[in-house]
Design a protein around this ligand. Structure first.
Ligand SMILES: *[C@@H]1O[C@H](CO)[C@@H](O)[C@H](O)[C@H]1NC(C)=O
Ligand SMILES: *[C@@H]1O[C@H](CO)[C@@H](O)[C@H](O)[C@H]1NC(C)=O
Ligand SMILES: *[C@@H]1O[C@H](CO)[C@@H](O)[C@H](O)[C@H]1NC(C)=O
Ligand SMILES: *[C@@H]1O[C@H](CO)[C@@H](O)[C@H](O)[C@H]1NC(C)=O
Ligand SMILES: *[C@@H]1O[C@H](CO)[C@@H](O)[C@H](O)[C@H]1NC(C)=O
Ligand SMILES: *[C@@H]1O[C@H](CO)[C@@H](O)[C@H](O)[C@H]1NC(C)=O
Ligand SMILES: *[C@@H]1O[C@H](CO)[C@@H](O)[C@H](O)[C@H]1NC(C)=O
Ligand SMILES: *[C@@H]1O[C@H](CO)[C@@H](O)[C@H](O)[C@H]1NC(C)=O
Ligand SMILES: *[C@@H]1O[C@H](CO)[C@@H](O)[C@H](O)[C@H]1NC(C)=O
Ligand SMILES: *[C@@H]1O[C@H](CO)[C@@H](O)[C@H](O)[C@H]1NC(C)=O
Length: 540
């Protein structure tokens, strides 16, 4: 048979690697030979075919190289130019030598096994036989690497000055190349959401926040990292309550919220930059950036305006908080629909730490102008608690009429604000109109009736109109003229216009109709009017 001495005994594997990389058998012309008589019968054949493998990092793969009739021939596995394994036949038997010292790379028969595949394992793998000419098999291996991402320059906190422009960047890696998208916790992005860079132009404090970039390439889980952007700005200060109500000897807390970067210095002053005696105060600071001053026992001199002043090196600002002994705005508790024709009992309560000296009641009816109506003062109340409750009986009212009323409480510290205009309606013996009372004949009369129903319901709606609820500061400055806030005049005017238009429509069909001013009469006229129209339609 053959004397298949492939290599000289002195030709070690190391020589192979460093001699002529990739072609170990081109040296030593006479080092091996094969049967010249019948080469085809005895030539080894690689039965596996070339393939491309795509493996996720960390997985394993077998690169097949199945050989028939290997006999005394030898086989090597290469990765690019680097020899991994050599399978040699020597006179004294086959030897297998691992050239690469990487334990992840093994042989199973003549196939190559790769475990815990890494990014560096990608490339071409060649299974080569020592035939002449050489027979080879090439596999290509791509390694899919899940994405990873970290902030550009590893800056996960970026602090800039207000008005400046900054680019937040993320470095993403992985294979295939990941796409990077940006999101922001609880906020809008200042720029496009795609791409490694996110630019914030002319930063404002609203741009403060956590920006998250996420890298995705379809392999494994998306990766993300966050960059905190802090825009340095002048502190923003706002009062928790612009007015805090208390009484002498009671406790009180005034508080403000401060938003600032960098962290501000926060101080409380009496208005006029008088520092508050620190021994009398308990100062707190919590995570919500709430700063507060606590008065254990309020003294007379504590009442008045305080400022919460915050400053950092960019600037300063403050909020004004009033510590006040005056009563809170009055709250009404009686029902807005009265059950008597000529009287109505108005019930309210008020919080006042000091005794209430008087209540000032101002009321008017629908036909009164805003500054008309009746004003009266009733005695105040003392109470064992800060809650005071009181009522007033209105007499000589008109049935089914709507009244607007405001009540102001007065104590030694001043007048309460007017928070609310209360609306009440006296009992109407005529009762509410019921559309079922009328027979509707034909589409025309029906639509006319519907039109009148609209007018009637809007007229009723006027009684529910609420005045502007914002407290009027005027009440404090002009204590003797609590202003009555009117119901929406334009709306009233519109309704009147509608009524008079309806009147004209009616005029065309059945003669004179006079529009009276009291709601009860008006409603009565409506009923008569609708009836008349129904009848006239029926008979025409
Ligand atoms: C070697 O390959 C054979 C057949 O392909 C397979 O059954 C065996 O599990 C493999 N051995 C290893 C250690 O993977
Ligand atoms: C394998 O690749 C080598 C060069 O990298 C080339 O010489 C050889 O012909 C290839 N073999 C096959 C079967 O394509
Ligand atoms: C950033 O951090 C990553 C890992 O956290 C590290 O691999 C990389 O070298 C760092 N880059 C710089 C510029 O510090
Ligand atoms: C992101 O910005 C850096 C410099 O800050 C630049 O080198 C890089 O090319 C930019 N990347 C993209 C995708 O624009
Ligand atoms: C506070 O801000 C005003 C301008 O808003 C500035 O004139 C003043 O110097 C600032 N004071 C301090 C202590 O920073
Ligand atoms: C805040 O206090 C500083 C003194 O500490 C003062 O200069 C500044 O005017 C105050 N700012 C405001 C808005 O009151
Ligand atoms: C209500 O309206 C009548 C006129 O209809 C008027 O005389 C009266 O003074 C008005 N005001 C009050 C508060 O009753
Ligand atoms: C108001 O009238 C009710 C009866 O309607 C009466 O019980 C009550 O004492 C009166 N209140 C005042 C303050 O006059
Ligand atoms: C003022 O009125 C509004 C609603 O009209 C109410 O929510 C608020 O609590 C009132 N304020 C006071 C101090 O009573
Ligand atoms: C008054 O009514 C008009 C029309 O309905 C409306 O546009 C306006 O906002 C109202 N104003 C107030 C203060 O309610």
């Amino acid at each position: 048979m053959f004397l298949a001495a492939l290599f000289l005994a002195s030709c070690s594997v190391t020589d192979l690697v460093f001699g002529q990389p990739g072609s170990p058998w081109t040296t030593g012309d006479n080092d091996y030979y094969y049967d010249p008589l019948n080469p085809e019968d005895t030539f080894p054949v690689i039965t596996s075919s070339s393939r491309s493998f795509s493996i996720q990092q960390g997985d394993s793969v077998i690169l097949p190289c199945v050989v028939q009739n290997l006999e005394e021939y030898s086989l090597i596995w290469r990765h690019g130019n680097q020899i991994l394994w050599v399978l040699q036949h020597r006179p004294d038997g086959p030897i297998v030598e691992a050239v690469s010292q990487d334990h992840r790379i093994g042989l199973n028969g003549t196939s190559l096994m790769l475990s815990r595949v890494q990014w560096k394992d990608a490339g071409t793998y060649t299974c080569e036989l020592s035939t002449q000419p050489r027979r080879t098999l090439n596999h290509t291996l791509t390694v899919r690497v899940p994405p990873s991402v970290y902030p550009a320059n590893n800056r996960s906190e970026v602090t800039i000055r207000i008005g400046s422009t900054v680019t937040l960047g993320c470095h993403a890696s992985g294979y295939p190349t990941p796409t990077v998208t940006w999101t922001r916790k609880g906020g809008n992005l200042p720029g496009p959401a795609e791409g490694a860079n996110l630019t914030v132009h002319e930063a404002v404090p609203e741009d403060n926040g956590v920006y998250k970039c996420t890298a995705t390439n379809g392999v494994g889980k998306p990766a993300s990292t966050s960059i905190i952007l802090q825009v340095m700005h002048r502190p923003k200060v706002w009062a928790e309550k612009e007015e805090v109500y208390s009484g002498v000897g009671y406790e009180a807390t005034i508080a403000c919220y401060v938003e600032a970067e960098p962290r501000p210095q926060v101080k409380f002053y009496r208005l006029g930059d008088i520092p508050v005696d620190p021994l009398r105060l308990y100062k707190t600071f919590d995570v919500n950036n709430r700063y507060s001053l606590h008065f254990d026992h309020v003294q007379l001199s504590d009442f008045g305006y305080h400022t919460c002043n915050a400053s950092n090196f960019i600037g300063n600002s403050s909020a004004i908080i009033r510590l006040s002994g005056r009563p809170k705005p009055v709250r009404f508790t009686s029902l807005s629909q009265g059950d008597k024709e000529n009287t109505y009992t108005l019930v309210w309560d008020v919080e006042s730490y000091a005794p209430v000296l008087a209540y000032i009641i101002a009321y008017r009816n629908e036909s009164d102008g805003e500054d008309e109506g009746i004003k009266l003062t009733v005695p105040g109340t003392t109470s064992s608690s800060i809650y005071h409750s009181y009522s007033h009986n209105f007499t000589q009212l008109e049935p089914g009429a709507t009244y607007y009323v405001q009540v102001t409480a007065k104590n030694e510290f001043g007048l309460s604000d007017v928070n609310e205009t209360f609306t009440f309606t006296t009992f109407d013996p005529a009762g509410p109109d019921s559309p079922e009372d009328y027979d509707a004949e034909g589409e025309d009369s029906l639509s006319v009736i519907n039109q009148y129903e609209d007018v009637v319901s809007e007229a009723v709606g006027v009684s529910q109109l609420q005045a502007d609820p914002t407290p009027s500061m005027d009440a404090a400055t002009s204590p003797n003229t609590p202003s009555i806030v009117a119901a929406n005049l334009t709306e009233q005017q519109q309704i009147q216009k509608k009524v008079s238009t309806a009147e004209k429509v009616h005029d065309d069909s059945s003669g004179a109709f006079t529009f009276t001013m009291t709601p009860a009469e008006r409603r009565g006229q409506m009923v008569a009017l609708v009836t008349a129209i129904s009848l006239s339609c029926f008979f025409s």
